[in-house]
Ligand binder design. Structure first.
Ligand code: ATP
Length: 359
C-alpha cells in the first residue's frame, strides 16, 4: 500500500492535549520515514454532541469503516447529558459495533521513573465484548434491569466463542514472549460465568503445550501483582477484571498515564490509552501523553504486520526510541515526578526524532 488512512478522535478531558502531542510526534516520525498517511479527524464525545447531536454518530462509524486504523482519545461519558445515559459510551460502542474483541494492555516498568515494580514486563489480554460490562454484552439494549424501585439486576455474559478467541490471542502472544499465561477469574464464587472462562481458557491451553499455565482468583491476583508483578508475562481475563487490573499494572509500572492499549479484531485496530479523560487535570497541560503515544506505536506495529510493511515498523521504532531517549534525559510530566508539560514533552520527543539516527 502506498498510503494509509488513519482516523483521529480526540474526545474529552485531556483528550485534545494528549492527541495533539501524539500527532506532533507521529508526524515528525512519519516525515523522517517515506510514508504517506492521510489523517481523518472525527468528532467524538462532547465535540460530537455539539456538532452532530450525539457522542458518536452513525456517519462517524461509516467513515471509520473506510479507514485503515483509528486513534481514539478518552471520553468523559459520565458527564454527558441525561439523554445519552442509556446508551453505550463511545469506546464501548466502537468495541461492540466493530467487534474489537481483544483489548491488549501491556505494562512495562519504565526505567528512570517512579515505577513501584521495577521489573514488570507483562501484557493483559482483556476480553472486550461481553463479561460484566453490561453496555456491550447484549445484541440490543444494555444488560441491566431495574426490576423495582429497590432492585437492580446486572448481567454478565460468557460465551465459548468470545472466550476462545481472546484465549487464542493470549496464547499466540505468549508464544512470542516468555511462554507463560496466567488466567484470572473468580471461579470459586462466580462458578458458572468465570468458571466457564477458566474452563475454555484451559481447553485452549491444551493446544499450546510449550506454554506454562497458571490461574488465580481476581482478588488474589491483585495482591500478587503488587507483591511480585515482575513474575507475570501474559494475563488473560474477562472484560471488567481486565479493566481494573490494567489500571493497577499501569500505576505499578510508573503511572496510569504511561499505560497503552490497542483494541483489535482480526481486521481492524484502534489505539486507545488505558486511562480515562482525567477531568481533574484537564486544560492544565500536565497530562502524560506517553500512554497515547505507546498505543500508537502498538497500532503501527499491528498495521505493519497486517500489511507486511516495514516502513510502518520503522515509524513505530522511531517513536518508541525517541520517547525512551526523552525519558532518559529526565524530561517527564509531573505524574512521573518531572516538571515537563504535555506540549514540552512532545517537543522534546520531536527533537529526539530529529537528532536520532535512522532506524
Ligand atoms: P475511565 O473510567 O474513563 O477509565 P476514570 O475516571 O476511572 O476514567 P482516569 O480518567 O483514568 O479515571 O483518571 C484516574 C486518575 O489518573 C486521575 O487522578 C487522573 O488525573 C490520572 N490520570 C489519568 N490519565 C492520566 C495521564 N495521561 N497523565 C497523568 N495523570 C493521569
Amino acid at each position: 500500500m502506498n498510503s494509509y488512512k488513519v482516523a483521529v478522535l480526540a474526545g474529552d478531558g485531556i483528550g485534545k492535549e494528549i492527541i495533539e502531542a501524539n500527532q506532533q510526534v507521529i508526524e515528525a516520525c512519519v516525515d523522517a520515514t517515506v510514508l504517506d498517511i492521510e489523517w481523518v479527524a472525527l468528532p467524538m464525545g462532547w465535540e460530537g454532541i455539539h456538532k452532530e447531536g450525539t457522542p458518536l454518530s452513525e456517519k462517524t462509524k461509516e467513515t471509520l469503516q473506510t479507514c485503515d486504523a483509528w486513534i481514539l482519545g478518552p471520553h468523559d461519558s459520565a458527564a454527558y447529558p441525561q439523554q445519552f445515559k442509556g446508551e453505550r459510551n463511545p469506546s464501548g460502542e466502537l468495541r461492540h459495533h466493530f467487534d474489537l474483541f481483544a483489548n491488549v494492555r501491556p505494562a512495562k516498568s519504565m526505567q528512570k521513573s517512579n515505577a513501584r515494580i521495577r521489573d514488570m514486563d507483562l501484557v493483559i489480554y482483556r476480553e472486550n465484548t461481553e463479561g460484566y460490562y453490561v453496555d456491550r454484552n447484549m445484541h440490543t439494549g444494555l444488560g441491566e434491569f431495574k426490576v423495582t424501585e429497590d432492585v437492580v439486576v446486572s448481567t454478565g455474559v460468557f460465551t465459548r466463542k468470545a472466550i476462545t478467541r481472546i484465549a487464542e490471542a493470549a496464547f499466540e502472544a505468549a508464544m512470542e514472549r516468555r511462554k507463560k499465561v496466567t488466567i484470572v477469574h473468580k471461579a470459586n464464587v462466580i462458578r458458572l460465568g468465570t468458571g466457564f472462562f477458566l474452563e475454555i481458557c484451559r481447553e485452549v491451553a491444551d493446544k499450546y503445550p510449550e506454554v506454562d499455565v497458571e490461574d488465580y482468583h481476581i482478588d488474589a491476583m491483585a495482591a500478587h501483582l503488587v507483591r511480585r508483578g515482575g513474575d507475570f508475562d501474559v494475563i488473560v481475563t474477562e472484560n471488567m477484571f481486565g479493566d481494573i487490573l490494567s489500571d493497577l499494572t499501569g500505576e505499578l509500572a510508573g503511572s496510569l498515564g504511561i499505560a497503552p492499549s490497542i483494541n483489535t479484531s482480526k481486521t481492524q485496530a484502534m489505539a486507545q490509552a488505558a486511562h480515562g479523560s482525567a477531568p481533574d487535570i484537564e486544560g492544565k497541560n500536565i497530562a502524560n501523553p506517553i500512554g497515547m503515544m505507546h498505543s500508537t506505536v502498538m497500532l503501527f506495529e499491528w498495521l505493519a504486520k497486517k500489511h507486511d510493511d516495514e516502513r510502518l515498523t520503522r515509524v513505530a521504532r522511531k517513536m518508541e526510541e525517541s520517547i525512551a531517549r526523552t525519558i532518559h534525559r529526565n524530561i517527564v510530566t509531573p505524574d512521573l515526578g518531572g516538571s515537563a508539560t504535555t506540549s514540552s514533552f512532545a517537543e522534546a520527543v520531536c527533537a529526539e526524532v530529529a537528532n536520532g539516527t535512522e532506524v
